[in-house]
Design a protein around this ligand. Structure first.
Ligand code: GLV
Length: 313
């Protein structure tokens, strides 16, 4: 990281850029900003700026004076390849996203536990038929990924009475989880769990990680994907749904977005599709993350939300 880097001039790209500029003028008057469109920078902007924020990276970033890129989102998979090998610090936005994603997961798990789909069907036929009541406290959830998002999911679910086991590459301290185990030791937890929540970033190591071998460990669990679509093999998921290894899949992210209209997941009776909505970017979170990174830079620290580009998260 540049040791004494004080950002002074930041380019703000995208739809929300004018509002972001106004908020930053209040929150961080020392930082000068300009709004630009996504895409190549003009030579003048490229020479003027030392910081940049937007959902994509300008193709001519390497020919600019930019040394800090801030993403207004949590997942960095779309940009890390372009930033590899460049002398640029990448920071990201987390803010309220883990809690929002936790409530999305909780909503779907409770809907399942309380049979909301079944009751809607029964009501449409004026049928009075009580189903077994939800016993959330007896249920355990395995969360793949123990970063900010996975931990936020665990906090929300545990608040509702679920037991949450985190899975990562190395195991470790429980923190926000009841237990954290390494992927290699996750087998018994996968078999015992009521739900598997995928909160993985997309990296070379996680691409296709949720495959037949992992899904075969499940015994009728609900699968929820709020990480990245390409971490799951869609054919293997379909086979696990058809064999009952997976009872229902709640999918918010897909390897291709928007999900093509002909895709089997739109119509499979045991799949719920939502259009990548579980972790909205809130502008106040973006402003707070930029201010936090700025303060870290100016005091010679690495920003807490800086990404290790080579690792991919
Ligand atoms: C959304 O998917 C994000 O990464 O913030």
């Amino acid at each position: 990281m540049p040791s004494a880097f004080t950002p002074r001039r930041m380019l703000l790209a995208g739809r929300d850029a004018a509002d972001l500029a106004a908020d930053l003028a209040d929150a961080l008057p020392e930082l000068d900003t300009r709004t630009v469109k996504h895409g190549p920078l003009s030579p003048e902007d490229a020479a003027w700026a030392d910081g940049y924020t937007g959902f994509t990276v300008p193709p001519n970033l390497a020919d600019s004076s930019i040394r800090w890129v801030h993403l207004p989102m949590a997942g960095v998979d779309r940009v890390v390849e372009e930033l590899a090998g460049q002398d640029v610090v990448l920071t990201r936005t987390v803010g309220s996203m883990p809690h929002a994603i936790g409530t999305y997961v909780l909503a779907h798990l409770l809907a399942e536990a309380w049979h909301l789909r079944e009751y809607a069907a029964l009501q449409s036929r004026a049928e009075w038929q009580p189903l077994p009541s939800a016993r959330v406290a007896a249920r355990s959830v395995v969360v793949l990924g123990t970063g900010h998002i996975g931990a936020g999911v665990a906090r929300v679910l545990r608040g509702a009475g679920y037991r949450a086991v985190g899975v990562n590459t190395h195991g470790g301290e429980a923190g926000d989880f009841d237990d954290v185990v390494a992927l290699a030791d996750a087998g018994p937890h996968l078999t015992a769990c009521d739900a598997l929540v995928n909160a993985l970033p997309l990296t070379a190591a996680t691409r296709g990680l949720v495959d037949a071998e992992l899904l075969d460990r499940l015994d009728g669990a609900v699968v929820v994907n709020v990480g990245r679509g390409a971490t799951t093999d869609p054919d293997d998921l379909r086979a696990a749904l058809d064999s009952g290894r997976v009872r229902h899949a709640v999918l918010d992210v897909f390897e291709t977005e928007p999900l093509p209209a002909t895709d089997w997941r739109w119509t499979h009776p045991a799949v719920t599709v939502t259009p990548h909505v579980s972790g909205p970017t809130e502008r106040e979170d973006v402003v707070a993350a930029i201010v936090e990174a700025y303060e870290a830079f100016t005091s010679g620290r690495r920003p807490p939300l800086a990404v290790t580009v080579d690792r991919g998260y």
